[in-house]
Ligand binder design. Sequence first.
Ligand SMILES: Cc1cc2nc3c(=O)[nH]c(=O)nc-3n(C[C@H](O)[C@H](O)[C@H](O)COP(=O)(O)O)c2cc1C
Ligand code: FES
Length: 641
Amino acid sequence: MPRLSSATDLERFRQEILARRDPNKPCVTICSGTGCHAYGSEKVSQAFTKEIQRNGLQEKVDIRRTGCHGFCERGTIVVIFPEEICYLRVKPDDVSAIVSTTLVENKMVDRLLYEDGNGQKIVHEGEIPFYKHQSRVVFGENRLIDPKSIDDYIALGGYNALAKALFEMTPEQVLEEVKKANLRGRGGGGFPTGRKWETTRNAPGEIKYVIVNADEGDPGAYMDRSLLEGNPLSVLEGLIIGAYAIGSHQGFVYVRQEYPLAVENLNVALKQARDYGLLGQNILGSGFDFDVEVHRGAGAFVSGESSALMTAIEGRVGEPRPKYIRTAVSGIWERPSNLNNVETWATVPLIINKGAEWFTSIGTEGSKGTKIFSLVGKVNNTGLVEVPMGMTLREIIFDIGGGIPQGKKFKAVQTGGPSGGVIPEKFLDLPIDFDELTKAGSMMGSGGMIVMDEDTCMVDIARYFLNFLAEESCGKCIPCREGIYQMLKILNRICEGKGEEGDIELLKEISEVVRDASLCALGQTAPNPVLSTIKYFRDEYESHIEEKRCPALACKALISYYIEPEKCQACLICLRNCPVEAITGGKNIIHVINQDKCTKCGTCLEVCPPRFGAVTTLSGVKVPEPVLVGTEVIRKRGEGK
Ligand SMILES: Cc1cc2nc3c(=O)[nH]c(=O)nc-3n(C[C@H](O)[C@H](O)[C@H](O)COP(=O)(O)O)c2cc1C
Ligand code: FES
């Protein structure tokens, strides 16, 4: 193992690695991120090792287990280099076909390729629409490197930026470059990173800390996990550069408990970096000392808030405190502490390597660079997408995401995590950046993007997020603890058909108090889902309250399932599948749902054959009474009349 003690050493070592590697030698890369791991990538990987040996190809083909590629729903993802042949949904049983067909015969296994809407097969990863429209500058290396191999990272130019910072730039110059790049924090508010670094740097006190926020508590968001899991050294390199600029010698990575693979890969990365002389005392022989400690979070959303996170690192309960003095000045143990998000740190080496000018050439006036979003919900292609700031929602949802499944209508997109807001269809052409999203009543947050179709009830969505926030509120301040709870109570009753006149105004009134009087940004932003849904979908609230009707047919208390007698073929399918035996009827007798027994699970709707389409969902109207012939429900069409 080399001990790298100068920039020249690093470069020489990189050249040695590259000389050992033949870029034309086939390399089978198997995604081993959490998503693909859940699909069984471990077994796929073992199958490749076995099958390659069985075919006597071990000297001719390399195997590499990489980080997340972003298209997790199609896991396990296998890409064969140098052609970048991309196979999706690979199972261990597919491996022998891949080896014999692609590696031996140089042909494609068609059934494992991506198929576009026109039945066209796409061979190369970069040509799949999900990837084609992205700009993967921060996330791109995930698919190329084994996160447990520092050599892979170095081979791709890893630690170049650190060497440049340490040997060619003063800390002030590094700081100026980041300020010039106008990098804004990717973890929430979009605060200018350089300015925050400067505050910590200039704050009094010898001991200063730098921290990675990998708490990532937003439901549906997993970009930080995938970066930390797939390319931990890029985050670490950014952190060391930041520490150098700020004058810090101790860092922390705060990772949520639920991310075991990220912690495992991070710990491997830290050990390798220390062994190579890239972390610890006298980094790269520069005289700069810096080391990092990993702190496991306890799974509370509020612990991602800066002051709460720092309190947790101190070993106390992770609750926020009033920030009359910012954590950048007085954070962990009252020492200046600079906190940045995983993605923010991972962007830093790129800025140092390629320069602020390159970075500012991407993005919009106020938001530079790219942003990774976690695109989920009612969209055909879900996954992690990295796009330049300023790309429109339409491009993300329709070009990359492939539109809405089953030809349904797009209704809204929720951005910014639980405290974000919903954005309706009229804003589909909004170029997304920090400021535009805020203007539209939502926010960038950490990059969650939940797509909703016509079947989504907007009151129910507000209720879902408020429920999350009510559970996650630490309870320290009254406006947040009581205000969110009261808002949730109102939303619950509206969804249950017990909404009252004046509820909308009451929600708005409480929202104002919670927003203005809460201690931390959890409470301050909690009204966003309520206010934005009221702003753009007020008619849905009114329907629930005034007509006791849920237009999206989603709120259980306001809907009924009904079997249309004209369409029912008395096929017995719904009757047999109803878990509570709420359906009566017989072989030739039209089926009827007993509304008193029905639990509204929707099974009848799901199982009724589409060619009959006899089960419908009603809301705001009385369910028609069954037609009786004598004492029996009407017989099958034509027979009972
Ligand atoms: C309730 C709450 C939870 C938060 N969770 C996270 C989180 O999981 N990750 C994150 O980076 N920032 C989170 N933030 C934002 C952080 O407080 C902080 O602004 C951010 O880590 C700063 O990094 P940045 O400047 O690079 O964005 C959260 C804020 C609040 C109020
Ligand atoms: S985990 Fe494999 S693509 Fe995300």
